[in-house]
Write a protein that binds this ligand. Structure first.
Ligand code: CP
Ligand code: NVA
Length: 304
């Protein structure tokens, strides 16, 4: 495995499966009260330039359960917020910490932190991708469906960080992927290029019903991501018809599961009814952030 987790494409199939196996083991151990202080004495710095509930709490709890500790570093309070360059911040933090998780806007900032620092860097969400969330989602899919082979994964909505990472993750583990996005809101060109080599395993269209047909998993995300609040009204118009509702679920396979990374906007990208009918999967998915990220930290930090 590479030294950092900067984006989903950093992981091949074997590495993803090995992370998910470790996440399952850590989940089992935690549920059975078996201590696993595999990162005893280590410190994770958590830089946040955007809000967070799940990422912050799951990383902080996770490193604590592994025997280490976390530092919450809001970029408002760091000198980064006053213009200290990332290459200096990276070199300084590398002298104190054992690993860094960062949530920010530009993917380049995360890449630079990894380039100039000397400790593992974990991407906790950028405008481009959200790899930790995808590992939790794949873990949840495997818990519910047993294996990935033969499954159809459908994403409906904005071609955003979640779409980008879902496409790479789902194709890498061997699922068929269909994506429904309106014109003008397609996934990142690099991701579409990645998907090209998967030929008929990948489809992108604005035909929601066709993409949802026979899907085993339906995933969605907000129409306006963090940083796009001012576009919310315009986006609500553009995404009309891209809602996960009863009609979409009727097109999917019976027993299809629904994933949402949260926070959710009920009656926008998903109806209250579909959300509540699939709350079991959605909150297992949220819980699995903890276990999947513990696996990432162990793999990157245990023998660094
Ligand atoms: N899904 C997710 O990353 O949630 P937070 O924004 O609350 O961290
Ligand atoms: N696309 C959303 C995901 C939140 C976890 C955002 O970036 O705000």
């Amino acid at each position: 495995m590479k030294k950092h987790l900067l984006k989903m494409a950093d992981l091949n199939r074997e590495e993803i499966i090995s992370l998910l196996n470790l996440a399952d083991q850590l989940k089992y151990e935690q549920k059975h009260g078996i201590a696993h202080h595999r990162l005893a004495g280590q410190t994770l710095g958590m830089i946040f330039q955007k809000s967070s509930t799940r990422t912050r709490v799951s990383f902080e709890t996770g490193i604590y359960q592994l025997g280490g500790s976390a530092q919450f570093l809001s970029s408002r309070d760091l000198q980064i917020g006053r213009g200290e360059p990332i290459q200096d911040t990276a070199r300084v933090l590398s002298r104190y910490l054992d690993g860094i998780m960062i949530r920010t806007f530009a993917q380049q900032e995360v890449e630079d932190l990894a380039k100039y620092g000397s400790i593992p860097v974990i991407n906790g969400l950028t405008d481009y991708c959200h790899p930790c969330q995808i590992l939790a989602d794949l873990m949840t899919i495997r818990e519910y469906k047993g294996a990935f082979e033969g499954l159809k994964f459908c994403y409906i909505g904005d071609g955003n960080n979640m779409a980008n990472s879902h496409i790479v993750g789902a194709l890498t583990v061997g699922m068929k992927v269909s994506v429904a996005c309106p014109e003008g809101y397609h996934p990142h060109p690099d991701v579409l290029k990645f998907a090209e080599s998967y030929d008929e395993m990948f489809e992108l269209s604005d035909n929601v019903m066709k993409m949802a047909e026979n899907a085993d998993i339906i995933a969605t995300d907000v129409w306006a991501s963090m940083g796009q609040e001012e576009e919310a009204a315009e986006r609500r118009k553009a995404f009309t018809g891209f809602q996960v509702n009863d009609t979409v679920m009727a097109a999917a396979k019976s027993g299809a599961m629904v994933l949402h990374c949260l926070p959710a906007h009920r009656e926008e990208e998903i109806t209250e009814k579909v959300f509540e009918a699939h709350a079991a999967e959605i909150f297992d998915e949220a819980e699995n952030r903890l276990h999947a990220q513990k696996a990432v930290m162990v793999k990157l930090m245990e023998h660094k």
